[in-house]
Design a protein around this ligand. Structure first.
Ligand code: NCD
Length: 350
């Protein structure tokens, strides 16, 4: 493992992650990737520690990936699923967390459909003065740090497998396309990609990328006003020196010469209004296909956090095309990255 100091006790958001922290995660994940390529894929690092997966919302890959990561580190794992728990009898979230605390849990991995739940549990653990760490596995429309970190790992290892690091993305053009309004994945990715020095282009119809959202991001990131450009025309010329975050209400300017395209699921369960005329029209305008990728750099790669609505945000054939699609390697990277996160907070000295 790289010899670094890690001072973060909870991982709740990437908004205040430092370049050193990103690089520590990337290097640690690379070491675990190597462990996972061995015949014996297990290390004793977290032996005796308890990792509880508190998933108050559905999940396939994030939950399984955290569980496998914990097991590969030799931790004992507990899995909680809201639908089959005492929450159906009226138990509160904090009481559920305290139940797991009483069983000796060291790390709580928390997912909830409301933003802020992992923060609330972390605050309660701190108030109680216990050394339990909380890892946000996706909270409402807020953040999904481990997903953005595994995306970062996937693309930086592609560029330099031996030494993935943040600066490899400096100057790269990365398009994030789709349901940005409802996406915690997009929010976390915006922080990590801005920190890397990449040029981040968000593309969505105005209903899924409202101006107010831009102002919110702007305020949160403390990014200077002039770094934001909203373009609704296919060709836009930036008069500004080093813009880093662009918003587009059309797909083409975001794809033009892009190195990576991150597609997002249309989060139908979070749409309360009729934000789109039809899925077919959405696919025509914003769905990523092999033909549309011709606007990008020739060796462009496509990511998607999953689960995918095939034929909506990405064409089915592109999703399965190993020449362009990194979707399977994102899932694979997820285990190494989550091992790194569990290891770093599990052995943090705070
Ligand atoms: C994402 C999530 O749940 O936020 N998926 C994931 O964790 N792999 C994205 C989504 O649900 O669209």
């Amino acid at each position: 493992m790289p010899t670094t100091t890690w001072n973060r006790h909870h991982i709740l958001s990437l908004a205040d992650f430092t370049a050193a922290e990103y690089n520590t995660v990337l290097q640690t994940a690379a070491s675990f990737q190597e462990v996972l390529s061995r015949r014996t894929k297990k290390v004793p690092t977290l032996q005796g520690q308890v990792v509880a997966n508190l998933f108050f919302e559905s999940s396939t890959r994030t939950r399984s990936s955290f569980e496998l990561a914990a097991k590969r580190l030799s931790a004992d794992t507990l899995n909680f699923a809201a639908a089959t728990s005492s929450m159906t009898k009226g138990e509160t979230i904090l009481d559920t967390a305290k139940t797991y605390l009483a069983m000796g849990t060291d790390i709580m991995v928390v997912r909830h459909r409301e933003a802020g739940v992992p923060n609330a549990i972390a605050a309660e653990m701190d108030r109680l003065g216990v050394k339990v760490s909380v890892l946000n596995a996706g909270d409402g429309q807020h953040e999904h740090p481990s997903q953005a970190l595994l995306d970062l790992f996937t693309i930086t290892t592609l560029i330099d497998p031996a030494s993935p690091r943040l600066e490899l993305l400096k100057g790269k053009k990365i398009a994030i396309v789709g349901d940005i309004l409802h996406s915690r994945v997009a929010r976390s990715n915006i922080w990590s990609l801005i920190a890397s020095g990449a040029e981040v282009h968000l593309a969505a119809p105005p209903t899924l990328l409202p101006k107010l959202f831009a102002e919110y991001i702007l305020e949160e990131a403390g990014v200077k006003n002039q770094q934001f450009i909203i373009s609704s025309s296919p060709t836009h010329h930036s008069p500004l020196p080093t813009p880093q975050l662009f918003l587009h209400w059309q797909l083409e300017p975001a794809l033009q010469n892009a190195d990576f395209v991150m597609t997002l699921r249309l989060q139908k369960e979070r749409m309360t209004d009729h934000l789109l005329p039809s899925l077919r029209e959405y696919h025509q305008l914003f769905g990523i296909t092999r033909t549309k990728l011709q606007l990008c750099k020739p060796n462009v790669k496509v990511l998607h956090p999953g689960p995918v609505n095939r034929g909506v945000e990405i064409s089915s054939e592109l999703m399965d095309d190993p020449e362009f699609s990194l979707i399977q390697s994102q899932v694979t990277s997820g285990v190494a990255v989550r091992m790194a996160l569990l290891y770093l907070i599990g052995s943090s000295k705070v």
